[in-house]
Design a protein around this ligand. Structure first.
Ligand code: ATP
Length: 528
């Protein structure tokens, strides 16, 4: 890649795509706001996904569930007990780190490796983290006045996450002689809140860390109201919240983000899921390409061994090569019937737990689920069999996809000897589809034709009217935010040919099109 994350973040800020949240209060780590162009882009990305996976498919329907569910949901799903990352505290700095994002640096002493201690490194990307670890180790050597000794390549801290407390204590740290980091411990990533006027244990609720559970909770409702038969899917787009220990890499890992998920319900059986799983991998990849991700930046990561969740039969990530490395863009998991079974069982338990006041309150809260707890089973009319359906789950982060789209579209070239940076967005997702430019801003005849055309075009697409500055500068402005077409109204338009010039962002080629044909010309290219 020829550009850095700083280029991308700078462009997003400068052109009103993405801002740090609460910026006037110095921001808030892990939270971002989408500006005028970012919110358009986001809407287009979500619309494209919904159109592809819901509108265009007869076997997928949508839901829009609440963000806060009955808290029993998260006990049944396993999130209360198991949705955590390993965390360590630095005793010196009082900062917290995700253990699997730390490095420790052994230092060569007379040819032998000596561990000087753990280094608290929290940097933008892995290459920077390693560099920072080395820098800290060197500074350490200097402060200990140990000249002539060299620093080895830092190790991934994950290698020592499994260490026992006794083993950790063996590792000396500089100065104090004691480890500067606590032992890794599980940190639950769910944000807690309280619901209702009473503030006690029974009122604790959670902001959802994924949209998927809202789908499972509605399985029976959708089944009985939408006349779908297995195999079929339920889709949802919405906010999710995770108290990430170290949010990083801009909107790649934030604490509030959006997900686009499908639960695709299929019959049980080891011979059944592989074909569906593969189909969803293929369909997901085709979608990503259709909205403009560069094929050469996409990759795979097939989960194996420990990486595969205990209940899952398979999981394949589609990865993307970001400026900070190749990372998960989305996951496509074959989840068995874990979730529906857990909710069948969990909602049943809540009903029988009535006895104490607390349990009674929990019972009232979960009444809706109890009502359905008769079983989240499916009766297959053809085979006359009853079963809890299995499912395939493609899960894609909206914000992560937006970052991938921006990185994929980011380009720099030269036009007429001048450097330009542009976003080569696919017209489907471009925040502004067309810019309308009268050659001069104070020539009434030009302006009136331009405004008239602008009013017609904006009924169909998000367009921009730009009359300020030299025409070349206006083209650059449009290129930089990824506007695929600029329509210029000049003196020939009003005096001779009743036609306009349409300029293509990527090739900078210009064509002359009669005014009456402008909409159909653009429509062919924007709407496909
Ligand atoms: P990671 O390993 O990166 O933490 P994960 O495997 O926990 O991600 P999933 O639970 O599978 O992620 O979530 C599905 C998708 O949701 C991810 O592929 C990603 O696109 C998106 N996502 C998850 N966590 C975040 C986050 N903190 N910020 C932005 N997007 C996220």
């Amino acid at each position: 890649l020829t550009y850095s994350m700083e280029d991308v973040v700078g462009l997003c800020k400068r052109r009103g795509i993405i801002f740090p949240s609460s910026e006037i209060y110095n921001g808030y780590a892990g939270f971002y706001d989408y500006g005028p162009l970012g919110s358009e882009l986001k809407k287009n990305v979500k619309d494209a996904w919904w159109k592809n996976f819901v509108m265009m498919r007869e076997d997928v329907v949508g839901v829009d569930s609440s963000i806060i569910h009955n808290p029993e949901t998260w006990k049944s799903s396993g999130h209360v007990d198991g949705f955590s990352d390993p965390m360590v505290d630095c005793k010196e700095t009082k900062l917290r780190y995700r253990a699997d994002q730390l490095f420790y640096a052994p230092v060569m002493v007379s040819g032998e490796a000596e561990v000087l201690g753990y280094l608290c490194v929290q940097e933008a990307n892995e290459a920077d983290m390693a560099k920072e670890a080395k820098k800290q180790a060197k500074a350490l050597l200097k402060s200990l006045d140990r000249k002539g000794e060299t620093v080895q390549e830092p190790f991934d801290f994950r290698e020592v996450v499994e260490a026992t407390e006794a083993e950790m204590a063996q590792i000396p740290s500089p100065g104090s002689g004691k480890p500067t980091l606590t032992m890794p411990r599980a940190f639950n990533l769910m944000f807690q809140t309280q619901v209702g006027a009473l503030s006690d244990a029974a009122s604790v609720a959670y902001l959802r860390p994924e949209t998927a559970q809202g789908i499972f909770l509605n399985f029976k409702n959708v089944l009985t109201t939408s006349r779908q038969k297995i195999p079929f899917g339920i889709a949802q787009i919405g906010k999710a919240f995770r108290n990430e220990i170290t949010p990083r890499n801009f909107i790649f890992r934030s604490r509030e983000f959006e997900q686009m998920e499908v639960e695709y319900f299929i019959p049980p059986g080891d011979e059944v899921w592989p074909a569906f799983h593969q189909q969803w991998i293929d369909d997901s990849r085709a979608f990503l390409l259709s909205i403009g991700l560069q094929e050469e930046l996409l990759g795979w990561d097939v989960h194996e061994g420990d990486k595969l969740a205990h209940y899952a039969q398979a999981c394949t990530d589609i990865t993307f090569r970001f400026p900070f490395g190749e990372q998960e863009l989305m996951g496509i998991a074959a989840r068995g019937n874990y979730d529906l079974s857990q909710h069948s069982e969990g909602s049943g338990k809540t009903c029988s737990g009535v006895g104490t006041l607390e349990a009674f309150r929990a019972f009232l809260n979960s009444y809706a689920i109890c009502f359905n707890s008769v079983g989240l089973e499916y009766y297959d009319e053809q085979t006359k069999e009853k079963y809890i359906p299995h499912c395939i789950e493609p899960s894609l982060g909206v914000d992560r996809l937006m970052l991938a789209l921006i990185c994929s579209a980011y380009a720099e070239d030269e036009v007429g000897g001048e450097k330009r940076s542009l976003l080569k967005f696919d017209p489907k997702i471009a925040p502004i589809k067309v810019a309308v430019l009268p050659l001069l801003k104070n020539k009434e005849e030009l302006v009136s034709v331009a405004r008239d055309l602008f009013d017609k075009l904006r009924r169909r697409w998000n367009c921009q009217y730009d009359a300020a500055g030299a025409i070349g500068r206006r083209y650059r402005r449009a290129d930089e935010v990824g506007t695929p077409y600029c329509v210029t109204i000049d003196f020939d338009t009003i005096e001779t040919d009743n036609a306009v010039t349409i300029r293509d962002r990527d090739t900078t080629d210009q064509v002359r099109i009669p005014l009456k044909d402008v909409i159909s010309y653009l429509s062919e290219r924007i709407d496909g």
